[in-house]
Design a protein. Sequence first.
Length: 712
Amino acid sequence: MDDIQAIFFEECAEGLAAAEQGLSAMQAGDVSAGTIAAVFRAVHSIKGGAGAFGHVALTAFAHKFENLLDEVRAGRIDPTPATVGVMLSALDILSDHVGASQGSVPLPDDSASLAAIQAILDADHSAPAPAPEAPVAQPEAAVEAEPDPFGFEPVAVALDFDLDALEETADAPEAPAAEAVWRVEFGPSRDAMAAGAEPVLVIRELEDNGGRVVAVDCDALPPLRDLDPEQAYLRWTIELPGWTAEARINDAFDFVAPDSHIAITRVEPSAVEAEPVEARTERLDDARALIEQVAAATAAAPTLTAVPAAPAPTGDSGSQTIRVDLVKLDMLLNLVGELVIRNSILSDRLSAKDQERVELPELARLTREIQDNVMSLRAQPIKQAFSRVPRMLRDLMAETGKQVNLQTHGEMTEVDKGVIEKIGDPLTHLIRNAVDHGLESTEERLRAGKSPQGTIVLSAEQKGARIIVTVSDDGKGIDRARVRAKAVEKGIIAADAVLSDEEIDQLICAPGFSTAATISNISGRGVGMDVVRSNVEALGGRVEIASVPGKGTSFTLVLPLTLAILDGMVVRLAGQRFVLPLATVIEAIRPEPGQVSATTPGSEVIEIRGDYLPVRRLTQVFGLHANEDRPVHESLVIIVESESAGRVGLLVDTIDDRREVVIKSLEQNLHPIRGLGGATILGDGSIALILDVEALVAPAGQTRTLLRGLAA
């Protein structure tokens, strides 16, 4: 049961995400039937699963929420912005109930939300008291029979027609007009049949609510030789008593494919005509002929008629999915990494001729393809994390009175699922910080000559082995004088401390730091930016801040892959081997005497084809003092391309090899080290550190420019 319940909670998470997406679309103006139905189905599924597992509080709240959604779906309650707002609040409570059922959060107080839902139901809809359901006749005991050796399922044929009663009915005077009825037309689609839908189950549910099949349209039924088992040919007409609640009729079609033909109409008493005597007489003759035909067929046959089983579906039955524990994928990925390491060992120990003989290059290619496929299994679009922002932004605008335009880029960038789950809180705090601290009020923006509507840009992209997530605003920028004064006041820095602009910007991530004048629901407690930095560093990433007064602020989350395989260049620094990601390398140069020159103490440049590029001596960066007197022209300068500083030269001793290496996380096995993106095991079993190019070429203190989207 624990395993099954874990699957239920996974489905709850998917349902909550779908409901939030639908409600956000409704708040934005999309109140189409499909959007409303998607939200209803999500809540209905959560309620059904919760009831099966005995989560009473979750079931009760979901049921009340579902009642409101059902009224909106039926068109009896208009999805006004106020109503959608109540439903969004109810979704938050529903999410808390799911968490409480899991034991991760305390049971929420849902009284206010329930009262708001009930107020809408009472104000906009007065549902008539449902009449008692018609008793359902109990089926007679089935006749037992021996199992058929060919797999046919026996079906009992009951011949209990009372012809005398039918004749009396035919001769009876015309009946008065009947009461109002619900008329339902139902025809499953091809997609529904291909997915294994069973229309009989829907019809039985309608019959349980007092319905009966009054007609079956068979005009589309082809000859037997042309019959396609995945095609839908029949269309049923079912009538239900007028006192049946429409919601119960709609419930029968909850899990029917949306492209199926479903028409529900209410026929009032004036439109329901009594059946003429001639029609009933004709129907009686048809019934008599049918009974005689069945009686003749059963005279020489047993009472049990063999009905062949339905043919198995053929062709493409649609996409199929399976749930896999992430731990198993991690284990598989680790095993692929071990394959890469073994391949590296063989490359070191075998000559080139032997490598060709054992097809080592082909083995390396297959290993890389396996690794790429495993990584794709874990990868999901970062849109899942971004989808929460629009709704949160609308709540913040309502609370602050500011106007905000959200722009998103790179929503389909695929990110490891573990990263998506852990960047939710940092994104939340960054958006709240941008609205509360970054963007000015409408009046302030107008005085500054800006548009009254502020802009927040949320973007994601993958660069090599790193994911770059950026939250930028076009607000007033960071007030560094105020930040410094606040840091001195709280004792974070000394009053005489000398800090660069970038170092002052980083102070806003200090624990307990806040420049808010008062504590509000949005900010003021000094935990938001601390959470951002802590969570990002826990992932092995870093937070970069850039701000231009009057122009805006940009927060960049640089997140490394915790485990991946990359192409690397093995280089030596003071006798030690390091790995440089090959994706960042442009070229390698052995400088001529005088080609590298000092500009200021500690700063050097290299002249390449008329351009001057900065040079970093990696031995000095890492404090490796061996070979300090080695002439520059005996070393190599590797030109790399970086996001922050453009092209930069890295001075190394030699280049040993080019290899595929497995990245092992330093954060999980040691602690974060600036300038290093991980470690790997080389073919001889030794450990080599992997260089983080972005951190090496953009040390603290270097000025960064804002994103192009905010340059204006």
